[in-house]
Design a protein around this ligand. Structure first.
Ligand SMILES: [Zn+2]
Length: 371
């Protein structure tokens, strides 16, 4: 089935609907068609991909994690840098997140998260992916409640994150045992994607094993895969190599955090696009935007619009709407996309990247019915 998008729709998504209401509707493109039987699997139901064409899909965010997650992340980062003789960067600037004196942690606060996602929905988000999984402390029932009460479809990721977060016995498990654990997790959590699947620094032996197990679990379930890279760009091509060598079609893979790889010639980004995979600019709507806009423009110039996905990897209470009205979960769309538009990216390309590409990435034909 083909859909038709109008210029008014595209601009409407960018928050410019009222300003251009006088412009006659012009059909500017046909959106993608999907394989027969393809769905986008959310925590509450499976959607035909066309049902989620009314707004943007954010392919890598976090709505559920415990208070110690970010502390663990920082500690492992410091330990790894120290082990490699590297100085630790100064703490990120800005005020510390204004935490309430009492009450639940923001990523465990149902009412707060329902408010935040309801606003994101009004700002043009149709669907949002949570990139957590059990080893990161993600609570699937929390996501179900948030989706039910906000009305925003949420796709749950499944997987194992990175070496410091793996369950203790990962080293002794075989590749097949890990694959079976992944399939079990994806089935019980009704996951719609594998991700985020990462390497922390240099890819470790266990991380290679998990990547190969992910490839096996992908072949068994047909779920797509998005990754986490640590040191900017370092393991990006190698992650894709491992997955492709293990039989994964690169078109089903998004290599993540490549906005962190600030390199004017975008050679790694282009190499990934040429192989057919997606490149994730997934920490958008913040201070990094300025240096990443030229990278995205260079990739558009090179003809790789089909291979780009944008998101924000949201995990910072200070950037909630409640604490900063300019930000919120939709900041990729409301803060970053206008910067690309100002740099010359056209509305149709931006619509395609925000609306079509993540649906093409997430849509899959299930190998077994939803349980
Ligand atoms: Zn993430």
């Amino acid at each position: 089935m083909r859909e038709r998008w109008t210029r008014r729709d595209a601009l409407g998504m960018l928050g410019m609907g009222a300003a251009v209401a006088v412009i006659p509707d012009i059909v500017c493109a046909a959106a993608p068609s999907f394989p027969k039987g393809a769905v986008i699997r959310t925590v509450l139901k499976d959607y035909p991909p066309n049902e989620l064409a009314g707004g943007a899909t954010l392919f890598h965010e976090h709505m559920s994690f415990p208070p110690d997650f970010l502390a663990r992340f920082r500690r492992y980062t410091e330990e790894t840098r120290a082990a490699n003789g590297l100085p630790n960067p100064p703490p990120a600037g800005g005020a510390p997140p204004p935490a309430p004196a009492s009450g639940p942690y923001f990523a465990q606060d149902l009412d707060l998260m329902v408010d935040e996602l309801s606003i994101a929905k009004r700002e043009g988000i149709s669907c949002i992916v949570d990139g957590g999984h059990p080893d990161m402390g993600r609570d699937i029932n929390f996501l179900r409640q948030v989706s039910l009460k906000s009305g925003l479809p949420i796709v749950a990721g499944a997987g194992f994150y990175t070496q410091p977060f793996y369950p203790k016995d990962i080293g002794t498990m075989s590749e097949e045992q890990i694959a079976q654990a992944l399939i079990k997790q994806a089935t019980s959590d009704q996951a719609g994607v594998f991700g985020e699947i990462g390497s922390w620094d240099e890819i470790t032996k266990d991380e290679r094993k998990v990547f190969r197990a992910i490839a096996r679990a992908h072949r068994a379930t047909n779920l797509s895969i998005f990754t986490h890279t640590g040191i900017p760009g370092k393991s990006a091509l190698e992650q894709l190599d491992i997955l492709e060598d293990a039989g994964v079609d690169p078109r089903r893979v998004a290599i993540g955090h490549l906005g962190n790889l600030v390199e004017p010639l975008v050679q790694v980004h282009k190499a990934i696009c040429r192989r057919g995979a997606f490149v994730g600019f997934d920490r958008q709507g913040g201070p990094g935007d300025a240096q990443q806009v030229p990278l995205v423009m260079a990739l558009l110039e090179a003809g790789y619009a089909d291979n780009l996905m944008f998101s924000s990897d949201f995990a910072n209470a200070a950037l909630l709407k409640r604490n900063n009205p300019q930000m919120g979960y939709a900041k990729t769309l409301t803060v970053f996309v206008p910067k690309l538009k100002a740099a010359g990216a056209n509305d149709e390309v931006l619509r395609q990247i925000m609306v079509d590409n993540p649906r093409r990435f997430l849509a899959f034909v299930p190998k077994r019915p939803r349980t």
